[in-house]
Write a protein that binds this ligand. Structure first.
Ligand code: IMP
Length: 197
């Protein structure tokens, strides 16, 4: 696989946490957030994480003329046929907060028995050498857990306080950031990408 022909890679995200995490793992490259290039946000119209990650990476590469990385992630709950899925960030509405989304999920699961509360966080990371790259690198991570019936823990973000990890005997909001990176869907996908690049 040919390496990227630039040591600068634009990241289709403005999330400081993600920028830091990605820069730390891809330390041979300079990761530049797309805000530096005034890139308009792409509309996430896909029905899969892969489609949405490609849409975002292509948009960032097109406007920056640089190689681009995009990630798309979310929570899949078996008892809800995969919801909230690709709309994890806006499950309770376009302007919903993390707390609103988490509460909507707790309400949707209130009658679901313990044995049927399995769920996973998933992450897709796409790397495109340029906007018309016909063979993007696609990395995927998946992190198994189950949905608690109440929130616990103060770390992380999003659905972390209700994502129970039996192997760690805590929610993902009770993990330290380094431990979460070792285990998480995003950590898995990022390490895969670092290997491929
Ligand atoms: P995005 O990848 O920034 O679009 O994230 C989608 C949504 O999925 C987030 O807003 C969260 O609600 C949820 N999500 C993704 N990864 C995590 C995680 O590691 N912990 C908690 N929630 C997450």
């Amino acid at each position: 696989m040919a390496p990227p022909n630039s040591d600068k890679i634009v990241l289709a995200s403005g999330n400081q946490g993600k920028i830091k995490e990605i820069q730390a793992i891809l330390s041979d490259y300079t990761i530049a957030p797309q805000q530096q290039f005034n890139i308009p946000e792409a509309e996430e119209t896909g029905s899969t994480f892969i489609e949405n990650a490609i849409i975002k990476a292509r948009n960032a590469a097109l406007h920056s003329k640089l190689p681009a990385i995009a990630d798309d992630s979310g929570l899949i709950v078996d008892a809800l046929n995969g919801a909230p899925g690709v709309i994890s960030a806006r499950y309770a509405g376009a302007k919903a907060s993390d707390r609103d989304n988490l509460q909507k999920l707790l309400d949707a699961m209130c009658d679901t028995p313990e044995s049927q509360r399995s769920a996973r966080f998933v992450c897709v990371i796409v790397f495109m050498r340029h906007a018309h790259d016909p063979f993007p690198l696609i990395c995927q991570g998946s992190w198994e857990g189950s949905i608690l019936n109440h929130a616990q823990g103060a770390n992380g973000f999003g659905y972390d306080p209700i994502f129970w990890l039996a192997s760690e005997s805590c929610s993902s909001a009770e993990l330290s950031a380094p431990r979460k990176n070792q285990l998480s869907h995003r950590g898995q996908a990022l390490r895969q990408l670092a290997g491929l690049l």
